[in-house]
Unconditional design. Structure first.
Length: 313
């Protein structure tokens, strides 16, 4: 048995399990904690700030790197924004309102089919965008762990794993919070939470079956998808979530603080712990650059350690 291969595989499996559990816990919180009117508005404001921060500080910069063009990245972001805007225009969105008795049925108000569909559209859009981004979390985590196995002493794998594990609950919480104001059934909420929790381990698995090489050869496709996801996030936040600050003047200070807290979490993820952030790569890149082109003895190792966005780690 090849121990150099088994070691990173087992370690990565442990990291993936922890990331899965973290996402499950984050997704369960809005289901287990009773969402009163105030709690729900605070949670939605927090999610709005988180979505804006992730879009502008996480997805868009990565998309720009993949596309090698700020203009193209902005164009795809605009495409995602417009697509979601048009969908929401056909499915009119109304601001969230929750009675003390439950999160989905405001007192004395019957939701139209269009409004229920719009609320479904919001959580589905966020779930798809976060799931796509989570695939890259898994890819990057796998690349970093394998890199540590070949070039020891960087602790890149541990840092990547901690970053993913610590911010997974926030993504799951965002999806569950939006589902709380949708007509989705309890069973659907549980299944969506489980499915989202499995995405990061799936991304790690994809790394081992060749997705790392595909990302290196086709960075433009990945960049376009990331930028469109960023545009979708911005549209959902600006049209469906941030209006809470306008409609609830009595809780204006609380909601503003919640919004800023969401942005703060996104800033922390983007600058202090994302597994494929620039500072993570700068620490590992010189190890390969100093060696020049890989020789025949190192070729297999070097070829197998490629981050999902095409950077060598």
């Amino acid at each position: 048995m090849n121990m150099p291969f088994v070691y990173p595989t087992v370690l990565l499996a442990v990291y993936c399990l922890l990331a899965l559990l973290a996402a499950l816990v984050g997704g369960l919180l809005p289901m287990l904690v009773r969402l009163t009117h105030t709690r729900l508005q605070l949670a939605i404001s927090f999610v709005g700030g988180l979505m804006i921060g992730l879009a502008l500080l996480g997805m868009l910069p990565h998309a720009e790197h993949h596309l090698s063009s700020p203009t193209r990245a902005a164009g795809w972001l605009l495409t995602g924004f417009v697509v979601m805007f048009v969908l929401q225009r056909f499915l009119p969105f109304h601001h969230h309102d929750v009675p003390e008795g439950g999160p989905s049925e405001p007192c004395g108000h019957t939701h139209s089919l269009a409004e229920r569909s719009a609320r479904n559209l919001n959580w589905i859009g966020v779930a798809l965008g976060l799931s796509f981004h989570s695939v890259f979390d898994g890819l990057a985590m796998a690349a970093a762990v394998v890199s540590d196995a070949h070039y020891q002493g960087t602790a890149l794998g541990l840092g990547a794993a901690l970053a993913v594990i610590l911010h997974k609950p926030f993504g799951a919480m965002a999806i569950s919070t939006l589902m709380a104001v949708s007509p989705a059934s309890g069973r659907t909420k549980w299944l969506v939470n489980l499915a989202f929790a499995l995405v990061t381990p799936l991304g790690a698995l994809l790394f081992f079956i060749g997705a790392g090489a595909f990302a290196r050869e086709h960075p433009a496709w990945l960049g376009a998808a990331l930028a469109m996801s960023a545009g979708t996030f911005l549209c959902i936040a600006c049209m469906g979530l941030l209006p809470e600050l306008q409609f609830h003047a009595h809780d204006r200070v609380k909601l503003t603080i919640a919004l800023l807290a969401g942005i703060g979490v996104a800033v922390g993820i983007a600058f202090y712990g994302h597994p494929d952030s620039e500072h993570s790569h700068s620490a590992a890149q010189p190890q390969l650059e100093d060696r020049g082109e890989p020789d025949t003895e190192r070729g297999d190792h070097a070829a197998g350690v490629v981050a999902p966005n095409g950077w060598s780690v």
